[in-house]
Design a binder for this molecule. Structure first.
Ligand code: DGY
Length: 372
C-alpha cells in the first residue's frame, strides 16, 4: 500500500476531501479504496463518522463560517452562539461527552475542562497560534492531540506590528487628538516630532515566523541593523542579516524593541523595570505577542518618567484592559485591542485550519498544523 504514496494517491485524497464536503457518504468508501491500511488502524472513529453516530464537536464561539462548513458534513456540532466568550459553567457543561473541541485563545482549557469532557475527548483545535491557554501537559497525559493555526496569521500580525510601530514612533495618537480637540495651532518646526526608522537599529525578541515577517516589512524603511534575541539562533536570520545578541545587548543598542515571541513560563514579565532601565531613553517598545510578557506597572513608570520614549501594545494583561488603567492616560502609549490577526482573510483561514486540524485527526490523518 505504500506504493500508493504517489501523485495519484495525493490526488485521490484531495478528491476524497472535496467529495466528502458535499456527499459525506462517499468519503468512507473513497478513503478505504485509497488507504486501506490506515483504515484498519483507526477504523472505529471513521466508521462512526460514516454512520449516524458522528463525532461530536463543541465550538466555543461564533467563528468564520468556513470552519463550520468543513466540519458539519462529518460531525455533530454544538456551538456557543455568541461573539463573546462562553461562560465557564457553560463550557464545562457543553464539553461533556464531546469527541473534539474547537476553542479560542480566551477559553482556559485546563484540567477541570478536560476532566469534565471525559475520555471521549481526543482532539482540541485552537483557533490561534498562541496556546498558553491550554494545559498541554494535561493533554499529553490524557493522550489528547492539539492543533493550532500558525502561518495563516503571520502576514496580518506582522502588518499590524508595523502599523503600531509607526503610529507610536510618529506620535499619531497625539496628532489625531490635537486635530480633534482644536489644539492644532499652526505648523511648528518641533511639534510632534518622533523618531523614524531610517538608519535605526531594530531589536526583535523572538525571531519566529512573525518576528521575521515584521523585519522583512521594516527593511525597506531603511533600518540599518536588525538584532534578535531568543532561545536559539535562527538560520532564517540570514535573510535579513540579523545578528543574534544577548537580551541586555539588544535592549542597550536598539532604537525599537519589539516583543514577537510566544509567552512561556520563562519569559513572563521579561519586560520589567530592569529591562526598561537598560533601554535607550529614545527607545520605542512594541508588543504584539502577549500581555504577560510585560510588567505593566513598570512600563507605566518607564513611560511616565521618560525612561523610554513610547510604547505600542496590541496585547495587555488583562484583556480587555480596564478603562481606569494608568497606561491609558499616557500620550506616549498607543494601545490596540488585540487585533493583530484581524483581517477577514486571516480569521477565515484560522477557522479553516482549526476545522481541518480537527477533521484530519478524526479521519486518522495527519493534522495540517499539529502542536502535540
Ligand atoms: C493568536 O492566534 O494567538 C493571536 O494572538 C490572535 O491574534
Amino acid at each position: 500500500m505504500t506504493k500508493r504514496t504517489n501523485g495519484n494517491f495525493i490526488l485521490l485524497r484531495n478528491v476524497s476531501f472535496v467529495v466528502s464536503v458535499y456527499r459525506p457518504e462517499f468519503c468512507e468508501l473513497l478513503w478505504r479504496s485509497v488507504n486501506p491500511s490506515r483504515f484498519i488502524t483507526s477504523s472505529v472513529r471513521r466508521i462512526s463518522m460514516a454512520t449516524q453516530n458522528r463525532p461530536k464537536v463543541y465550538v466555543t464561539r461564533r467563528v468564520p463560517e468556513i470552519g463550520l462548513q468543513i466540519l458539519s458534513p462529518h460531525c455533530e456540532i454544538s456551538q456557543w452562539q455568541s461573539d463573546d466568550p462562553v461562560a465557564r459553567h457553560e463550557l464545562l457543561k457543553n464539553v461533556s461527552g464531546k469527541d473534539a473541541l474547537f476553542c479560542l485563545l480566551t477559553d482556559k482549557i485546563d484540567k477541570e475542562v478536560l476532566e469534565q469532557a471525559g475520555p471521549s475527548l481526543r482532539v482540541i483545535g485552537t483557533m490561534s497560534v498562541g496556546y498558553e491557554h491550554i494545559d498541554l501537559e494535561e493533554c499529553k497525559r490524557r493522550n489528547i492531540s492539539v492543533g493550532f493555526t500558525p502561518d495563516v496569521l503571520t502576514n496580518a500580525t506582522a502588518e499590524l506590528t508595523v502599523a503600531l510601530l509607526l503610529a507610536t514612533s510618529r506620535r499619531l495618537k497625539e496628532g489625531i487628538q490635537a486635530v480633534a480637540d482644536g489644539s492644532w495651532g499652526t505648523w511648528k518646526p518641533s511639534w510632534l516630532c518622533g523618531s523614524g526608522l531610517d538608519g535605526s537599529t531594530v531589536g526583535i525578541v523572538g525571531l519566529g515566523r512573525i518576528g521575521l515577517a515584521v523585519a522583512k516589512r521594516l527593511s525597506p524603511f531603511g533600518v540599518s541593523k536588525f538584532l534578535y534575541y531568543g532561545r536559539t539562533e535562527k538560520e532564517t536570520a540570514k535573510d535579513i542579516g540579523a545578528e543574534f545578541v544577548s537580551f541586555d545587548s539588544l535592549l542597550e543598542k536598539s532604537d525599537f524593541v519589539l516583543g514577537c515571541c510566544s509567552l512561556t513560563e520563562d519569559n513572563k514579565e521579561l519586560f520589567n523595570k530592569t529591562a526598561f532601565q537598560k533601554m535607550k531613553k529614545t527607545a520605542v517598545f512594541i508588543n504584539t505577542s502577549r500581555g504577560g510578557l510585560v510588567n505593566q506597572t513598570d512600563l507605566y513608570a518607564a513611560l511616565s518618567t521618560g525612561q523610554i520614549a513610547a510604547a505600542g501594545l496590541d496585547v495587555t494583561s488583562p484583556e480587555p484592559l480596564p478603562i481606569d488603567n494608568p497606561l491609558l492616560t499616557l500620550h506616549n502609549c498607543v494601545i490596540l485591542p488585540h487585533i493583530g490577526s484581524a483581517t477577514e482573510k486571516a480569521r477565515s483561514a484560522m477557522s479553516e485550519v482549526t476545522a481541518k486540524n480537527i477533521l484530519s485527526f478524526l479521519k486518522g490523518q495527519d493534522m495540517p498544523s499539529k502542536l502535540i
